[in-house]
Design a protein around this ligand. Structure first.
Ligand code: NAD
Ligand code: DAU
Length: 339
């Protein structure tokens, strides 16, 4: 099987590429990535010399490039991770989110229509369902929950999901969609909560907590997400949506305190800052369908996953220190300077 993985130089895509290249030496894995600020060739270093791996630099919204790649490579499967993925950046600069997340997805679907494909898989997010209230712990997102988005990021991801389903119905493209909760683990870009807190705590810098820190996220170790996608592309039913999540809800404050205690730092580092506009209160996935139909269950408990993640950041200082020493400084000042 020949699989094009878009966005494979990013966090989840990178973990997925590592998994696929090592688990299926008989498959060919091609990573298509534009190497935006979030893409990092160092993430792909462990697989660069593997005979079943190839890297192509390019933008999924570049129709000519994508069509040329499909014509040359004749892929069997596309797994689309490529996206602008940070909610805060979508609030300050939404345009690129519409281009990459919606138009880019449209170009990939057009290429599937033109050249044929065995499976197009869209990596989506639980954020397309909006949020749940804190006082209703009995409520969960199912695949039937209506789309109801809050940020330009989640609106762009929901738009892409609708395009994917439309291409299935109208042009019979064999698609699947997965909607996953918050991931954490190795290679997570330090603009996102967990790696940002780890990096700042290690540098004894303030730990910015939005609002009161009471918003709830449903954390899943990245490898469990990758294993679920692997199952869906091989055994999932065409035209279906699968929710992925680990029933592991934590307030942001709980997460931040866990990292502080694991690192032996002081809670005095916590700094409450102005809340994110439109901040979703609670995400909580009901993963019953993927468990029932494909037998998927998360393997890594948060208590173990967070320890492994922190250890990874301690062992790979070069990876994140080179990120936070560059353009990231300007981003950080703009985002947190006057907050
Ligand atoms: P990321 O920001 O770490 O990585 C995105 C990757 O896509 C980068 O390598 C970047 O260079 C690449 N990219 C961006 N624009 C591109 C373009 N136009 N053409 C080609 N490549 C491009 O993102 P992530 O956190 O790994 O998320 C991957 C996917 O998973 C996204 O679609 C996101 O919506 C979804 N998702 C993320 C989470 C999460 O917790 N991080 C949870 C659920 C779903
Ligand atoms: O739920 C899946 C989504 O999870 C993915 O679709 C997104 O791509 C991914 O970025 C993530 O979105 P969140 O907005 O939930 O993740 P983030 O790490 O940005 O924030 C997690 C929570 O922590 C959120 O409630 C905001 C809060 N936060 C975040 C940062 C960066 C803080 O309190 N302080 C911070 O500095």
């Amino acid at each position: 099987m020949k699989i094009i993985v878009t966005g494979g130089a990013g966090f989840i895509g990178g973990n997925f590429v590592h998994l696929m290249v090592n688990k299926y030496p008989e498959d060919q894995i091609i990573c298509l990535d534009a190497l935006t600020y979030a893409g990092n060739m160092e993430t792909l270093e462990p697989v660069m010399n593997k005979p079943n791996f190839k890297f192509v630099k390019g933008d999924i919204a570049d129709r000519e490039l994508v069509f040329h790649l499909f014509k040359e490579e004749k892929p069997d499967v596309i797994v689309n991770f490529a996206a602008e993925s940070h909610v805060d950046r979508s609030i300050t600069d939404p345009g690129i989110f519409l281009k990459t997340n919606i138009l880019g997805t449209g170009v990939l679907l057009d290429a599937c229509k033109e050249f044929g494909i065995q499976r197009y898989h869209q990596v989506s997010t639980d954020e397309v369902y909006g949020d749940l209230p804190l006082d209703r712990p009995d409520l969960f997102f199912t695949e039937e929950t209506p789309l109801h988005t809050s940020s330009p990021y989640s609106a762009s991801k929901a738009s892409a999901d609708l395009l994917v389903l439309a291409y299935h119905r109208t042009f019979q493209i064999p698609v699947t969609i997965s909607r996953c909760s918050n991931n954490y683990g190795p290679y997570h870009f330090p603009e996102k909560l967990i790696p940002l807190i780890i990096a700042n705590a290690l540098n004894d810098k303030p730990l910015p907590v939005y609002g009161k820190g009471e918003n709830v996220r449903d954390w899943l170790y990245v490898e469990d997400h990758c294993l679920a996608i692997d199952l869906i592309i091989r055994k999932g039913k065409v035209g279906e949506v699968y929710n992925i999540g680990g029933h592991n809800e934590k307030t942001n404050l709980e997460v931040v305190k866990t990292v502080i205690h694991e690192l032996g730092k002081s809670e005095d580092l916590i700094e409450y800052v102005t809340d994110r506009p439109g901040h979703d209160m609670r995400y909580a996935i009901d993963p019953a369908k993927i468990h029932r139909e494909l037998g998927w269950l998360p393997e890594t408990k948060f208590e173990d996953g967070i320890k492994k993640t922190i250890q990874w950041y301690l062992d790979h200082k070069h990876w994140w220190e080179s990120i936070i020493s560059g353009e990231y400084q300007n981003y950080y000042e703009k985002q947190y300077g006057n907050r």
